[in-house]
Design a binder for this molecule. Structure first.
Ligand code: NAP
Length: 559
């Protein structure tokens, strides 16, 4: 099953809460439901108000988490004082909740919530027949019943999901809710497929980090609502974003049926700051795009599944840069030589996948700039031309730096822990290979350029360095690909011996600008240099990369 045929329909969901005025400026009708996980009704009411301030459309109150809960007294208090439309959920242990008491008491509490005028009530599919029967056909026009099904094992086939949705609908649910577990990111596609084809209002979620996209793309594919936690770390289910990330980082309100989906493909991916770069940038220039983290096991399976023209641009990171290249229809010559891509664009005219390697551009541009600033303009086209360029490392970043330096006419030396890899790369760039432990003795000339592309010195090992301070005096410029921390021990010591330094953040920012151009077709120079807006975006980029903004996933215990 692929996403190729998913029609992009904006659906009139009919039962959407909140007035038209509240939805002005929104490009979708998917509601943001803040989950209230309070221990007391008093606390719940306080958090409900906070949810309203944070921009939620409705709240879900989890009765099963309340201590000393007295239904008749507390439900009235909650419902009478609610600042937002409220969904009452009383989840039993057998459906993943915490209520382990008498089932008839639980259901009578849900009936009471209906009598008292709660806006929404959640009833589990397993007991939905019995529950509807107990209502005796009594209609409560202002109360919508969500019939929910939770699968904690996996995500069933598209046929099974379709049948499940039909079963829930046939019971008489006002809103269908299906939550599954994503074991692979492609499981998300099946949930989105069912969502987009649903004839009744539907909530479709694949939980876990691999299902994260369903929570955001519910807005694009016509979901009735998406759940958000009030804060990172207090999610009611794995993969749930916090409300501030949903609204401010992923620009949830601006996602519409035509929004183009981009993202970074990697494994792991929770540390990636890329969503913090591209989403504000897209918003700033009014580009109708979204950028997500994609935790991918198989690149080819991912690309095949999300083959529609809704999914159009990817950044690639460890360990998928080589696999990404193998999946391209066309590859730029430098990426082919390097053997890895860092960016992939889907050509809209024919759906072909085009691969680029922009890593080297980012780093080499920054190093050229640093050299020009420290030693002045050179007569040749590049200040790297003819210079001895020592690359430490022979992985993805090492290859990009070595090829980039070669393209600029530098003489390349590759120093790597594993000599065989150094030799292989050096051969490809017509350079020399040495084992890393010999680098201390290696100073055939003065004024060399050093580029560290290993993770030596990266957080948390910030007291590590690939080359002792006394050996740095032979270099006129030292670059470190690491950007956490910005100022590594290597760069601090290089500065102390008088070398110019170039930070890994520069590489990160420069390659991001190139990718931005690829994604949006907007030239960065003119887009970001318009009058006073100049550096708002440039500032965003820099801020995001210089300050260690934790990613949506790295903050919580669950994802
Ligand atoms: P990679 O493909 O896994 O390569 C890692 C390289 O580092 C290999 O050559 C490896 O040597 C070497 N290495 C790792 N640990 C080492 C140690 N303890 N001692 C000696 N050598 C060691 O990774 P990559 O994608 O090139 O990334 C490398 C670094 O660059 C990371 O810190 C990453 O964050 C950074 N990076 C930064 C940017 C940016 O925009 N600033 C972009 C890409 C990458 P062996 O061959 O012996 O294993």
């Amino acid at each position: 099953m692929t996403m190729a045929n998913v029609p992009l329909v904006g659906k009139d969901l009919g039962t959407v809460a909140g007035g038209g005025g509240r939805r002005r400026g929104r490009k979708n009708s998917c509601l943001v439901c803040a989950v209230i996980m309070a221990k007391s009704v008093e606390e719940a009411l306080i958090v409900m108000w906070k949810a309203k301030e944070a921009g939620a459309d409705l709240v879900e109150v989890r009765l099963d988490l309340l201590k000393n809960f007295n239904p008749s007294h507390h439900l009235q208090l909650l419902i009478n004082n609610r600042p937002l439309p409220t969904l009452i959920t009383y989840r039993p242990i057998w459906e993943g909740g915490q209520y382990d008491g008498d089932e008839s008491k639980r259901q009578s509490t849900l009936r009471l919530a209906i009598e008292l005028g709660s806006d929404f009530v959640d009833v589990e599919l397993k007991v939905a027949h019995e529950f509807y029967k107990s209502l005796g056909g009594k209609k409560h026009e202002n109360v919508k019943i969500i019939v929910s099904s939770h699968n904690f094992e996996n995500t069933p086939s598209i046929e099974e999901l379709g049948n499940l949705a039909a079963t829930i609908q046939s019971i008489g649910a006002d809103i269908v809710k299906i939550a599954t577990t994503a074991l692979d990111i492609t499981d998300s596609a099946r949930v989105l497929q069912v969502l987009v084809h649903s004839k009744v209002p539907m909530i479709g979620i694949a939980t876990g980090e691999k299902g994260f996209m369903t929570r955001i793309l519910s807005a694009k594919f016509g979901g009735f609502l998406t759940f958000a936690s009030m804060e990172a770390g207090i999610e009611s289910a794995a993969g749930q974003p916090c409300i501030s990330d949903l609204l401010d980082l992923y620009n949830f309100r601006l996602i519409g049926p035509n929004t183009k989906v981009h993202g970074v493909i990697g494994n792991p991916i929770s540390h990636s700051k890329s969503p913090h770069l591209y989403n504000p940038a897209f918003k700033f220039v009014g580009f109708d795009g979204i950028y997500l983290p994609f935790l991918v096991d198989s690149v080819s399976h991912f690309l095949h599944t999300f083959s529609s023209l809704d999914f159009v641009g990817y950044s690639y990171t460890i360990p998928h840069k080589e696999d990404g290249l193998r999946c391209c229809d066309e590859v730029d010559p430098i990426a082919k030589e390097i053997g890895a891509i860092s960016c992939m664009i889907k050509r809209l005219q024919d759906g072909k996948l085009l691969g680029y390697n922009v890593d080297y551009l980012g780093a080499i541009t920054a190093i050229e700039k640093g050299l020009t600033e420290s030693i002045g303009r050179s007569k040749s086209s590049s200040p790297l031309s003819g210079r001895l360029f020592v690359v430490i490392g022979a992985g993805g970043a090492g290859k990009a730096l070595a090829y980039g330096a070669k393209v600029k006419g530098a003489r390349v030396v590759v120093a790597n822990r594993t000599y065989a890899k150094a030799k292989e790369l050096a051969k490809k760039v017509g350079g020399e290979a040495i084992v890393l432990s010999d680098l201390e003795k290696f100073h055939p000339e003065e004024g060399m350029v050093l580029a560290n592309t290993t993770s030596i010195g990266m957080k948390p090992n910030i007291d590590h360095t690939p080359l002792p301070k006394e050996d740095l005096k032979h270099y006129c410029l030292v670059f470190d690909a690491i950007y956490t921390p910005k100022s590594t021990r290597l760069l601090q010591e290089a500065q102390e011996v008088g070398a110019a330094v170039v930070y890994g953040t520069e590489m990160f920012i420069n390659q991001a600008f190139v990718q931005f151009e690829n994604f949006t077709n907007l030239p960065v120079s003119s887009t970001f240099s318009r009058g006073s807006s100049i550096c708002i975006l440039s500032w965003q980029f820099r801020l995001c990369s210089l300050v260690a903004i934790p990613s949506a996933f790295s903050r919580g215990s669950s994802v």
